[in-house]
Ligand binder design. Sequence first.
Ligand SMILES: [Zn+2]
Length: 245
Amino acid sequence: MSRTAVYQALVLRNRASGESNSEITMLTSEEGIIRATVFGGAKSKLRAHSAPYNSGQVWIYRDPAKDYAKISDFDVQSWRPGLRELYERSMTAGAVAETILSSHGGGGEWAQAQKLALETLDTLESANEELCQKLLIHFLWRWSGFLGIQPRLENCAACDRDASAEPLWFSVREGAAFCGDCAHEQQGLLRLDSGCRRWLALSGQLEPSALHRYSMDNKSFAEAKSLVTSVVTGALGKRLAVWDW
Ligand SMILES: [Zn+2]
């Protein structure tokens, strides 16, 4: 029986392990999150190949008796050097990676999870500072859809009234948005005006590469960011510090 398996992988994290090894955490299409060791010092070819946000085919050798996995080869298809050229890109990529890790890869539909991540990272590679911010909101919004926790933003969650022309109030505790009447007496509410909701509804249908065409004012931006981080916090059970930079 072969102990080497091949995966379509995206590197999410690369940490030094011991004196000259690295511990790599990847999102694979086949088995979700996988951890494996790369042996070799700074000059190792494999270590360079397994840098964060690289993606491609990876060969992993396992020794079940020793509970041990190592990367034996990595055919990198995308290097994404642009992610390291701008602080905001690198921070956004880190936020995407940590969100996926904290969600354990999204729980089953790994090829789809990887597709969402790759599309965002590919657009991020040439994004300016403003687009980086939008790409994070957009990723978190699509990720909430992927996790099945995206709240409806057209109608009140309690009375079902069409609220497209009025503000809705998102309840962090309920994970749903309510009209002014139904939101009454609820606590921890986020106000969502129509500008923010229109942008989310529209951008949810778009791939990241089309986002630059749709502007968003600062107020809508702030509302959208509060909403998407609150929604994903509900799923993860914690708020990630990497969302705010
Ligand atoms: Zn209502």
